[in-house]
Design a protein around this ligand. Structure first.
Ligand code: BGC
Length: 368
């Protein structure tokens, strides 16, 4: 990994890039500024994760524990509980600040409700890294490390179209749209990415959202909970797809947990399973894809994301500035947060074996 010393050169390059409007997607390096000049190699590093709403969060906790300790740090990894998630996380971050954490990595339970805590973290001299989910409406977030969320949405939208076309070459196609929790900044980004692909098809009449529910407020799934997606799908099937000959061709689902809930609902109604998208490469969804039920998922290997976050910490520990590759996309309402984005990969039954070839858990599931 390339690193750049924090100093006048880095800052000058960063301002030049900004002035010239240069795109960082092609590999810009630059600093967020504000990073302190390193800290002790065995420092406390806080990791505040949301509740375990999907498998990736479960995996991330263990990977952070192991990875931080291997890198010589003292890790303090906390999850928000299932019910009072926001309050839990706020308290956990405050406790990390009190204990003197040098970096606090946050997978936000509610990205809009952490301004007070991250401000206290900055005042104490800690560096704040938003992990996977952006932290909104605050100056006090230094870096963002995530898979490219807009691209995740684009890939989902495209997979939905491809899957429907493969099954039924001619439209129009009836679809329904689901999005994630409104408290997660990612939800709108996934949805907007998908709609950037689907909207032209909707405008041309080739794709029809038969319920008419196209506003993100209508499509949201509170707390990313499976039961909420399942009951909305139940209602849609009754309200819109009850008549004979009215087919549901596809469902945009933002992740695997919700995809399986949607499929459960459709099966319970005795309807054929439509093309359903997903995200996260959860074990049960990979099985479902191989069995020909769920159509697609996204591979956002949690191991790589955690490795990237820990590598940022090591760079900061050395007093250097972490590499970023995007300094224009992630506007949190107050500032553009310098980001390091990883590339998500679409997975269907066709490319699953290739996509998971380095994953000891998922690869065996693809051998049929
Ligand atoms: C993550 C997804 C995950 C969802 C629910 C999002 O912020 O990016 O990978 O499926 O949260 O946990």
């Amino acid at each position: 990994m390339k690193k750049m010393l924090l100093g006048t050169t880095a800052l000058a390059v960063a301002s030049l890039m900004a002035l010239s409007g240069c795109s960082s997607r092609t590999g810009t390096e630059g600093g967020a500024g504000g990073a302190e000049a390193g800290f002790a190699a065995d420092s406390l590093i806080g990791v505040a994760l949301p509740s375990k709403t999907s498998e990736n969060w479960v995996l991330a906790g263990q990977l952070f524990e192991d990875g931080l300790s291997e890198a010589g740090f003292e890790g303090d990894v906390q999850y928000a509980g299932a019910s009072t998630t926001v309050k839990d996380q706020q308290d956990q971050i405050s406790a990390m600040v009190t204990k003197g954490a040098k970096v606090i990595i946050i997978g936000a339970a509610d990205g809009g409700q952490l301004a007070t805590q991250v401000s206290a973290a900055k005042d104490s001299g800690a560096i704040v890294i938003a992990y996977d989910r952006l932290i909104l409406d605050t100056e006090d977030v230094d870096y963002y490390v995530a898979y490219d969320n807009f691209k995740v949405g684009e890939l989902q939208g495209q997979a939905l179209l491809d899957g429907m076309k493969a099954k039924k070459p001619e439209g129009p196609y009836n679809i329904e749209l689901f999005s994630g929790a409104s408290t997660d900044a990612n939800s709108a980004v996934f949805f907007n990415g998908a709609m950037s692909v689907l909207q032209p098809e909707i405008d041309s009449g080739n794709v029809v959202v038969l319920s008419g529910q196209t506003d993100i407020k209508q499509t949201a799934t509170a707390d990313w909970k499976a039961e909420n997606a399942q009951s909305r799908m139940d209602s849609l099937l009754t309200s819109t797809y009850g008549g004979s000959g009215v087919e549901l061709d596809g469902v945009l689902s933002p992740n695997d947990t919700l995809a399986r809930a949607i499929i459960t609902s459709v099966k319970a109604a005795g309807k054929p399973i439509p093309i359903v998208t997903g995200q996260d490469s959860e074990v049960e969804s990979v099985k479902s894809i191989m069995a020909g039920e769920q159509y697609s998922t996204i591979n956002k290997d949690t191991r790589n994301l955690v490795t990237e976050a820990i590598s940022m910490v090591s760079t900061l520990q050395a007093g250097d500035t972490p590499e970023i590759n995007d300094d224009e996309t992630y506007d949190n309402g107050v500032k553009i947060v310098p980001a390091y984005l990883l590339d998500p990969v679409i997975v269907t039954k066709e490319n699953a074996a290739e996509a998971y070839k380095d994953d000891p858990t998922l690869e065996p599931l693809t051998q049929q």
